[in-house]
Design a protein around this ligand. Structure first.
Ligand SMILES: [Zn+2]
Length: 103
């Protein structure tokens, strides 16, 4: 594990763009389907916005900075999943979620 695109300024910029994009359409969490609290700062509370990578960054680092690969989620849902996979905040998934999903 050397290169992590999420430590770059480009990612920070992209993350903000995705937040604005999802906020504008009032998108719900992809994990639980519940509304996200866009009135607070992203990642500041459990029900706040946190960007979730559809295809994991570890396997698809080239997709990390593509807005199309980022979907809206709650901080708690995003982190609960990360924990379950045994990886600290890296978003590793135990199965390939890319199958059968659009795009
Ligand atoms: Zn959720």
């Amino acid at each position: 594990m050397s290169y992590d695109p999420r430590r770059t300024p480009a990612w920070k910029r992209m993350r903000r763009e995705c937040y604005e994009r999802d906020k504008a359409r009032n998108a719900v969490c992809v994990h639980c389907g519940q509304p996200i609290d866009y009135s607070v700062k992203p990642s500041s509370t459990d029900s706040s916005y946190e960007p979730d990578h559809r295809l994991v960054v570890e396997r698809h680092p080239e997709l990390a900075l593509l807005p199309e690969n980022v979907q809206p989620s709650h901080r708690r849902c995003n982190r609960a999943r990360g924990k379950k996979a045994g990886m600290n905040n890296l978003g590793r998934r135990t199965r390939n979620w890319s199958k059968g999903e659009g795009c």
